[in-house]
Design a protein around this ligand. Sequence first.
Ligand code: F6R
Ligand code: ZN
Length: 192
Amino acid sequence: MHEPISALPMGVFIDGLTGAVNPASGHYVKRLSELREIYQDKAAFDHAVRERDDPVTYEVVEYRPENSDIYFGTTTMYPGDIGGEFHMTRGHFHARRDMGEVYYTQSGTGILLLESRNGETRTVEMKPGVCAFIPPDWAHRSINTGTEPLVFVWVCNPLAGHDYGEILKRGMRKRVMKIEGGVKMIDNIAYV
Ligand code: F6R
Ligand code: ZN
């Protein structure tokens, strides 16, 4: 079990290849079966859950001191695709519309897909050395387009919170697909 962490100066060890955080205050895994809504090809999805024994597609470890305006952690995304659609996070707006975030990629390659409230799409390449700025009120989803784990450090205000409803309900405007061995961004035909 994780202990509560007080807001005292601390050096936290982060393994940029595995996403391990030490010490840590919390950890969760997302298995494929929990993510049915976000993928386009439900037949390929059901097949993958069965045949691949419901793999962990990503996991999150956090360092959250009590009474602090900052917390951080890692997300580690395992490579793969579902019917050509690369493994991705759920994607969310922050509940607090005035709070952004930073994503600093440690290893692997991917795409950070961002969408503003009025539907504008932007992307930021994720590769080691790139520190992505996520402005307040932009939905963000990370996508592993490579063959290795994609590991990034995120830093945020703990009051930012997560609003998953919007993205789960209507999806994002773009999907990132493996097409003819390459990475292509296409329109999401299911977008409402
Ligand atoms: C926190 C944040 C990340 C994500 C994580 C998983 O604001 O953006 O820690 O929560 O990468 O993604 P979601 O939460 O979209 O499943
Ligand atoms: Zn976020």
